[in-house]
Design a protein around this ligand. Structure first.
Ligand code: BGC
Length: 271
């Protein structure tokens, strides 16, 4: 059971993409606990998005569900319009929607490559651009935050760790890294903060096979010095904090939340 979040973001509006499962769901629920208005984006399985929204409402928050394929410009623009019409503005974007289409490199189809690029990278571009436009239009609202807006890109340890058999995914996450830093540089003078969280292995549907049996989990733990596979709430708590003014001087940064996976544990007894 997730710990309660003791941070108030009352009156803030947060849009979380891919919020009907995994890390996105945990982030949406965590923001709900802060009193923020939460827009729960999904592309398929509306009933799962509705469950997340219901849970937020039951805990006293306000939430809507909003369907959009983040790789489609028209759908992303319609999504922002709907959120802004409902809650008045958007204060925080969590660029979370992402997927894997794994294949050996020489077997990888253009469709597998393109799908991952479209959702993981182009999707972050389209959503961040709409969010930044809204932040610039509205400017700083001192009662809510000293910043005009915050964008948090959910990346991966694979923005740094090469990943055979998953080159489309690793390339998309490497792209997110430079995309995030470049827009952070461009938007900082407008008091817009842009950062990334790079999760390691977190128990979600995307990597179910890597942790769902004791043997698989044991094998996975060889990559994690801290000795446990992460939970979605490990990411959610960091996302909430990063969106608060306590983190106001952080922009253009990637926070690795990975139990030490990027410490390359294979080198602890070799090299
Ligand atoms: C991937 C997971 C993987 C983890 C660590 C994540 O970005 O989506 O499938 O378990 O990285 O390798």
């Amino acid at each position: 059971m997730a710990k309660h979040i003791n941070i108030s973001l009352k009156g803030h509006t947060v849009l979380v993409t891919g919020a009907n499962s995994g890390i996105g769901k945990a982030i949406a629920l965590a923001f709900g606990q802060t009193g923020a208005h939460v827009a729960v984006n999904y592309v398929v399985q509306p009933e799962k998005a509705e469950e997340v929204a219901q849970q937020i409402r039951q805990s006293g928050g306000q939430a809507i569900t909003v369907q959009a394929d983040v790789s489609r410009e028209d759908q992303v623009q319609a999504m922002f319009k709907q959120v802004i019409e409902t809650f008045g503005t958007v204060d925080i974007l969590i660029n979370n929607a992402g997927l894997q289409r794994d294949a050996a490199f020489t077997e990888m189809t253009l469709a597998q490559w393109q799908k991952v690029m479209d959702v993981n990278l182009t999707g972050q571009f389209l959503c961040a651009r709409e969010a930044a436009r809204e932040f610039l239009r509205r400017g700083v609202v001192p009662e809510r935050s000293v910043a005009a807006g915050k964008i948090i890109c959910i990346s991966s340890v694979h923005q740094e760790i090469p990943w055979a058999g998953h080159v489309n995914y690793a390339a998309s996450k490497g792209g997110i890294h430079m995309f995030m830093q470049s827009i952070a540089q461009e938007l900082a003078p407008h008091k817009i903060r842009v950062n990334a969280i790079a999760p390691g292995a977190i128990k979600t549907p995307i990597n179910y096979n890597a942790w769902s049996t004791p043997e698989a989990e044991k094998h996975l733990l060889e990559l994690i010095p801290y000795g446990r596979v992460g939970e979605p709430e490990d990411i959610a708590r960091v996302a909430v904090w990063l969106a608060t003014d306590d983190a106001d001087y952080i922009t253009g940064a990637t926070i690795y939340v990975d139990g030490g996976m990027t410490l390359y544990p294979g080198f602890s007894t070799n090299g």
